[in-house]
Write a protein that binds this ligand. Sequence first.
Ligand SMILES: Cc1ncc(COP(=O)(O)O)c(C=O)c1O
Length: 450
Amino acid sequence: MHTYDELTQRIATACLDYAIERLRMDPVPLDGPLPFAKLADQAGRTITREGREPEDVVREFADVLAPACISTDSPRFVSFIPAAPTKASLLFDLVVGASSVCGTSWLEGAGAIYAENEALQVLADAAGLPPGAGGCFVSGGSIGNLSALAVARDSAAAARGSRPDRWRVAVGEETHSSVASALRLLDVDALVIASDEHDRLTGTALRAALAGDADPSSVCAVVATSGTTNAGIVDDLAGVADVAREAKIWFHVDGAYGAAALLAPSARARFSGIEHADSFVVDPHKWLFAPFDSCALLYREPARAKAVHAQDASYLDAIHEGDEWNPADYAFHLTRRTRGLPFWFSLAVHGTDAYSAAVETTLASARHAARQIEAADHAELVREPELSIVLFRRPGWSEADYASWSERLLRDQIALCLATRWKGEMVARVVFLHPECPDTFIDELLATMI
Ligand SMILES: Cc1ncc(COP(=O)(O)O)c(C=O)c1O
């Protein structure tokens, strides 16, 4: 099982051949889920006492199990937040898997952590964080937000020397659901700040809410979103940063989806103020062309995170003897895959200019879609896209019409395109994250709505 024997060679051939077959698919089929009973019928019991021929198991995966998974990397997957990993990042993910590097501590993974940290530096520089900023890669925006908000709360307690009965964190109306979950886990309440007429959290509204609050000292942080998930709206980061500084509260920016557009010159100005963040997250597995799962979590002053997250156990003393960088110290995790490496490798191979160009391409797709929607007689643009998410309605359609439209699109393998709710109304939502989405895609989609 552990030596590179003849069986291993057969496994390698079967797995690598399939990986290359999958990477060569052009276009990759959209595919889709099957009901459990159908899958059970087709796949049956896959694990036996005596084991099976590797070629048979890989073929079963390729022919039965994989097609029952939607290809999130298809340009036709335009719901939730899709994925568009580069071939370089996917191939290097195989290398990461084959290498068994542990990314917990410098002692174990120095070389890999050096490379991950360079990739983090690209993002810290794009945001304009000061020298010394740093963090680690975690599995996703949810754990990134949770880890950052734990630091925000505990830093406030340490700085103020006292704790209120209940800590609170100011959030916007469109803040991602993972922040609400994180606050629940941290036993912290949300102070929800009303959005402005452009559906953004603003510094003005935050200042007014704090001024009118009976207990403003219980607010330890504010979360601004740089690219809401439903509509791609960027909050007033500069205004919120000012108020956070005045009120001495932690400024966290959730850029899990949208902060990728920091790399796009045409969108950069929208992020003005992010350079003041005490912490921020961006997911390379969303709009930075990396495979699942990877979220870059960055702190302005990483020592604060270390004070909260470094785990204390005698068997871990060795990793804390020097002052080397241990990614485990900066989030709620210990053992970790070096999940930043596929992103690093792809950045190293393609260069950052290619990333800027790819994000620009997707922004252009969203703008093009908005114009096509405006030109169509049977569709209406809900709001001008700020980033790469486009909301539009089909006047006259009920919720059931949207649902059956989505079902039809998937059945006919045209798209995975689900509706969402915007201000109480059911509307269509398309997320452009794939640089190879053809210009004709939106026309094809609109034609299915007539
Ligand atoms: C703005 C925002 N924050 C946080 C998250 C959660 O990220 P993840 O799914 O990687 O945990 C998402 C996911 O879509 C998001 O869009």
